[in-house]
Design a protein around this ligand. Sequence first.
Ligand code: KIV
Length: 263
Amino acid sequence: MQTVTRFNALKRSQQKISMVTCYDFWSAQLVADSGVDSILVGDSLAVVMHGFPSTVHATLELMLPHVAAVARGAGNKIIVADMPFMTASSGLEAGVAAATALIQAGAHVVKIEGASHQVPLIAHLVEAGIPVIGHLGLTPQSVLQLGGHRVQAKSTAAAEALLTQALNLESVGISALVLECVPAKIASRIAQTMACAVIGIGAGVGVDGQVLVLQDLLGANRDFSPKFLRKYADLSQEVVTALNRYHEDVVSADFPSRCESYA
Ligand code: KIV
């Protein structure tokens, strides 16, 4: 079985880690066929799959069927699941219950957004045998407080505070850290300082790995083009073109042909 300890083995051997989000059985099977190291069932599914304006709308009930579907298709990929909004901030009991449900649905590790106020829960989960990944920098669950999706830790003081937070999380046993939208220099320094793997999104190349939302890297959302995103396909265009070809073939009675019909 793959476990998150592989991230640190990759870091030690100076191999970069690739992670993509994935929310369903179909795409999990495609990721399973690829060389990508790991899958994140991110709470971004609230936005990408359900059309909500932010990740604060992801509930445990919403996420669990996605985690289970991904687990059925993911082969031996390492599956990370996000602890949804407020489940890690409503006391130990609620946090343990949410993490247990995500692990029992098929995740191998849970990801928790936030800094010092998450330390007691992270320490407890790690002691109980549930691996945890931290998430610092831009933490989308705090979007209402942050006032938007902005680059974090731009001042020297904020960068120092971020490093302190990261080391604090490492001291209670996180298996890896996601750093989102942080200047590349700061992210690189944090990755060099920490023993555990640092996986970036919008954090430059000096970290130990990268994570992107699958639909974003496939170009499935025409209107989403942040600076940090590289699109590896133009899926929205290809899908619309294929749908239009199908539509035209149906309307013109070109589809189905004789060989696509039963005698
Ligand atoms: O939910 C998500 O997609 C994430 C990534 C942006 C890291 O947390």
